[in-house]
Design a protein around this ligand. Structure first.
Ligand code: GLU
Ligand code: MG
Length: 439
């Protein structure tokens, strides 16, 4: 039984990959579900370092952040009192229209476009890696081990408990390869719910660690010489009857023609959307060969260094294979808003379908050993090697305006340049420390 008036936070997962919002008394919920809480356009320019980048909105304008009770989580203390109640939501104009820089509305628009262009829906799962500081599992020899899992077991149990209580279905929890590194995966859901749950999961993990006086960090890379923390986004397509349509047992790669065009869209547009998938300056320390992340815009068969990987399936039953078969986009990290990440993947894939792009060459080799002309012959390029270069590719990609609108494009570029300005003159180690403090 709650002992006092509770606060509900209405929040957005913003361009900086941060969850920001405002609280209101629980008793006002019916009203707030209609009216939302007031929001300021220039908030979109608050970078992850809390420095405000150049804003076209200045001090002007008003918006409403409308909480959505289907994208919520509650955390109770041991007495049963809710100590944290958050609802993610959409930012609307005062006229009730989706705001052009609302990340969640941008994802909804991308999913609508896929529906309109190809009559397809998505099934999506986000896979997260993170590192815990404050005394667990730092020991060498713990990678993938039971000993490593044991050191994080209490936290893992609490993460699963918080997930289950908040409608997120846990899949696996393990001690990952890196120092203090763990991974948690969850069962797939439709595109919007999956992105909501990615935001929620990151927060539940932080809470579970904090309850143990530890800190969980999803920073893309903690130290330049260590492994990265990836976000791997698994996507599959369903037809208008909800039937899985990613797999074709007759095709050499296993991909249906539609899914092959979707994959081709992602690999073709990957350089231009990378700044949305891997949006920090240090993301590019992670996206280098031999880190099992992604360094080229390739489609790989069961290759953990491919940007887009055709995943293995663990069944012999044709129906189960059809349902499990998916594409895994590995060039992502948790400095991004999951909404923007998934929106960019969906737009690129949809463009591939709209243009009827042929299947990309499927690679099964170490691309870092090949020279440029060999790669070019397969239509493959090295991904941008810094955020600056990724932003140039983003700015030069004409489709970005078509998919995201001119305002968002310009705002995003200025946001990211504002973030880069904070890092000027810092060494890679110092940059990692700055991002570690944030993510
Ligand atoms: N840590 C790797 C990354 O940065 C992924 C390792 C794996 O799970 O394959 O994406
Ligand atoms: Mg992993």
């Amino acid at each position: 039984m709650a002992s006092s008036e509770q606060i509900i936070m209405a929040c957005c997962a913003d361009v900086a990959g941060q969850v920001r919002g405002k609280g209101f008394p629980e008793s006002d919920l019916p009203l707030r579900l209609q009216r939302g809480v007031g929001w300021t356009p220039t908030n979109v320019q608050i970078t992850c370092f809390d420095v405000i980048a150049d804003s076209p909105f200045g001090a002007l304008g008003d918006l409403a952040l409308i909480p959505d009770p289907t994208a919520a989580w509650v955390i109770h203390d041991p007495t049963g009192d809710p100590v944290e109640h958050v609802m993610l939501g959409d930012i609307r104009t005062l006229e009730g229209e989706p705001w052009e820089c609302c990340t969640r509305s941008i994802l909804k628009a991308a999913l609508r476009r896929l529906q309109e262009v190809a009559q397809l829906t998505t099934t999506v799962a986000f896979e997260h890696e993170f590192q815990v500081s404050g005394g667990v599992a730092g020991d060498s020899g713990s990678a993938y081990s039971l000993a490593g899992a044991r050191s994080g077991a209490a936290m893992g149990r609490r993460i699963f408990q918080l997930m289950a209580r908040n409608g997120l279905r846990p899949d696996t929890f393990m001690k990952e390869f890196g120092a203090d590194q763990f991974e948690v995966t969850m069962k797939p859901a439709d595109g919007l719910a999956a992105a909501d749950r990615a935001v929620i999961l990151r927060e539940l993990v932080r809470v579970a660690a904090r309850e143990r006086d530890q800190r969980a960090s999803f920073t893309p890379i903690r130290d330049p010489s260590g492994v990265g923390n990836g976000v791997h986004v698994h996507v599959s397509l369903n037809d208008s009857d909800g039937q899985p349509t990613t797999h074709d047992p007759e095709s050499a790669t296993g991909l249906s023609a539609l899914a092959a065009s979707f994959a081709a869209g992602i690999t073709t547009f990957l350089p231009g959307i990378l700044a949305l998938l891997a949006p920090s300056a240090i993301s590019y320390l992670r996206l280098t060969p031999h880190r099992w992340s992604a360094a080229f815009n390739n489609l790989g068969l069961r290759d953990r260094e491919a940007s887009v990987r055709i995943c293995p399936v663990t069944s012999l039953d044709p129906l189960a294979i059809a349902r499990q078969f998916n594409l895994e986009v590995r060039a992502c990290d948790a400095a991004a808003s999951p909404y923007l990440q998934l929106a960019a993947i969906i737009h690129a894939g949809t463009e591939g379908i709209a243009r009827n792009l042929p299947a990309p060459t499927v690679t099964e080799a170490d691309l870092s050993t090949m020279d440029g002309s060999e790669l070019a012959g397969m239509g493959i390029t090295r991904l941008p090697t810094s955020l600056e270069v990724a932003l140039e590719a983003f700015a030069a990609e004409g489709c970005i305006v078509e998919w995201f609108g001119q305002t968002f494009r310009d705002v995003y570029l200025s946001h990211k340049h504002g973030e880069l300005a904070v890092l000027e003159g810092l060494s890679p180690e110092e940059m990692c420390a700055r991002y570690l403090a944030v993510y």
